[in-house]
Design a protein around this ligand. Structure first.
Ligand code: HEM
Length: 490
């Protein structure tokens, strides 16, 4: 009994010392600035703005490059400059590699077993390593050919429009999605395919519903989970539909006699046998392959497609940039189609791509991170479990780094233009760097090069206003619908 009492006493002392240590650490550092927080709701209203990345960037002008927002019991810290984002995501990656643990996140991520929303655990690391090797292998073996094929198909679709005014966003989505489905299960779809439409409809709906305040309120205010919520019911239905579609794909893939290791799914299924057990003994299973497929489809479709729509719209605003890219392609490639390895010989095209990644990082707030231990950013104390929002849009519009940050000026990335790719972070960084970065870079380069080699994009004759460049921000930053005419180059 005496021993028991002693060890309890020691436990209490250690607990007290830990609290004291945390108090001393936090009080020796300045407290985080931020807008006044309201009773119960905190700063929740700040998060309901239409264009959240712009609003968070504006708050950064007032409160500095690191500030806090309160939401229920959660403290969020918004990072607005490349310097502080790099400090958290790259330099102190192991402190900030977590993802917020949320009720609704768990539902859409198969209980946290996907890569993008899964927390930083041994199991997650083994999962990410396996999918990363699959993607690297694809990049080396087949990716270039898969993208070239889709770019040529897109060319045919645009030719078939015969210079009529059209909204190209869906064609871009199909092209980007076909790259992923070909890589994943060796399958590509036509735009009219009901199977493809169902898949897109369902994935888009999940992303949109999950981003809605009806759903995020369930994470901040658990009591609301007891009330009927039709939006939440709809989310559950779409998640079930998504899982049924992916399951059917995986089953029909497995039913083939020979598993093709060239397709990502084949490699992952084979990989399960080889890497099944992580160091701590957890197993990677079919569920991980299933969720990785969801990750690649969601991560790889809307992002690249939205980026292409943005690029064409900006080019309508500055047609002379199109001309200079076209002239460069003709001069350097002498009529042939480009390869990714040509990129260093095409500085004008490369500068356009960099400027578009700067102006419209299509995942403008990345995916929220979570501090997995007490740490600090820019000298501010950041306690464990703080949610970190890397405002990539804000960092790319920081006037201290980018003169005239809101202007579309690809020249800034050309020789002597003063812009440096060192300050670009469209894919985030560190342990959570976009898993599809290499795929995306090849895709953006080849699609843009093929499109600008073969077409001149012009405003429809009956259209007097240029596309609105403000955009609609959700998880992905998209442009509002607009029509364009694709005129074949001679
Ligand atoms: C223009 C194209 C793209 C951009 C700008 C982009 C950007 C990003 C960003 C900012 C993140 C969050 C990083 C963080 O949390 O710090 C991310 C995560 C991710 N992206 Fe991408 N992405 C693109 C294309 C792709 C493609 C093509 C794929 C799949 C082939 C993909 C798959 C993923 C996955 C799986 C994650 C989660 C990584 C993790 O949590 O560890 N992305 N992406």
């Amino acid at each position: 009994q005496g021993k028991d009492k002693k060890s309890k006493c020691a436990g209490v002392k250690i607990g007290l010392l830990q609290h004291l240590y945390q108090f001393v650490r936090s009080s020796s550092k300045p407290s985080l600035p931020g807008p006044p927080s309201r009773f119960l709701i905190g700063n929740m209203m700040e998060l309901t703005h239409d264009h959240l990345p712009i609003h968070l960037t504006d708050l950064g002008q007032r409160y500095g490059s690191v500030y806090r927002l309160k939401c229920g019991k959660t403290t969020m810290v918004v990072l607005n400059s490349c310097e502080v984002i790099r400090e958290a995501l790259v330099k102190k990656w192991s402190d900030f590699a977590g993802r917020p643990i949320s009720y609704t996140g768990d539902i859409v991520s198969g209980g946290g077993r996907n890569i993008s929303l899964g927390d930083y655990t041994e199991e997650w690391r083994a999962h990410r390593r396996l999918v990363h090797s699959a993607l690297q292998r694809c990049c080396q073996r087949s990716l270039h050919g898969v993208i070239e094929r889709q770019a040529l198909h897109l060319r045919k679709v645009l030719m078939d429009y015969q210079e009529s005014a059209v909204d190209l966003s869906e064609d871009f989505t199909v092209a980007a999605s076909n790259v992923i489905t070909t890589l994943a299960f060796g399958k590509e779809y036509d735009k009219t395919s009901p199977e493809l439409q169902e898949l897109h409809h369902c994935l888009n709906k999940i992303v949109a519903l999950w981003g809605s305040s009806w759903i995020s309120a369930l994470d901040s205010f658990p009591l609301l989970r007891k009330l009927p919520n039709p939006v939440f019911a709809c989310l559950l239905k779409e998640v079930a539909r998504r899982d049924a579609i992916i399951k059917q794909h995986l089953n029909s893939y497995k039913a083939q006699n020979k598993i093709n290791e060239d397709a990502i799914t084949g490699f992952l299924l084979q990989g399960l046998d080889k890497h099944q057990s992580t160091e701590s003994g957890e197993l990677l299973t079919d569920v991980h392959v299933h969720m990785a497929t969801v990750d690649l489809l969601i991560g790889g479709t809307e992002t690249a497609a939205a980026w292409l729509s943005w690029t064409v719209a900006f080019l309508l605003h500055r047609p002379e940039v199109q001309t200079s890219v076209y002239e460069e392609l003709c001069r350097v490639l002498e009529g042939r189609y480009p390869k990714y390895s040509d990129r260093h010989r095409l500085p004008v095209l490369s500068s356009l791509i960099s400027e578009m990644l700067r102006l419209r990082p299509v995942a403008p707030l990345a995916v929220p991170h979570r501090a997995i231990r007490d740490s600090s950013i820019a000298g501010y104390f950041i306690p464990k479990n703080t949610v970190i929002i890397p405002n990539l849009f804000g960092a790319h519009h920081d006037p201290a780094v980018w003169p005239e940050p809101y202007s579309f000026k690809p020249e800034r990335f050309q020789e002597g233009g003063g812009g440096s790719a060192r300050f670009l972070m469209p894919f985030g960084g560190g342990a959570r760097l976009c898993l599809g970065e290499s795929v995306a870079k090849i895709e953006l380069f080849l699609f843009t090069a093929y499109l600008l080699r073969d077409f001149q994009f012009v405003l429809p004759q009956n259209e007097c206003s240029l596309p609105d460049l403000t955009g609609v921000a959700s998880v992905v930053l998209k442009i509002k619908a607009y029509k364009v005419v694709a005129c074949p180059r001679p």
